[in-house]
Design a protein around this ligand. Structure first.
Ligand code: FES
Length: 79
């Protein structure tokens, strides 16, 4: 089970976190038993807006996260 925490706080939402969340939810439909998504309020990395959006895949913190990077990190762990 891959655990993904996605920051849906104000800074991260402003720069695309919800778009990543939607993409992850689509992926989760394909792998419902293997992906757990948790929406969190702030991962405490947004003091610098350039670090947003912030996503955590298991213990790996991804700053300036983009869809493709997050998806590939999740897929690496599923396969
Ligand atoms: S709002 Fe996302 S890390 Fe703070």
């Amino acid at each position: 089970m891959v655990k993904v925490k996605i920051c849906a706080g104000s800074h991260c939402s402003l720069v695309g976190a919800l778009n990543i969340l939607e993409t992850l939810e689509e992926l989760q439909k394909e792998y419902p038993d293997q992906i757990q998504i948790e929406r969190v309020e702030c991962l405490d990395k947004c003091e610098d807006i350039k670090k947003a959006p912030v996503v955590k895949v298991d213990d790996e913190l991804i700053t300036s996260a983009q869809n493709q990077i997050v998806i590939s990190k999740v897929m690496e762990r599923i396969k």
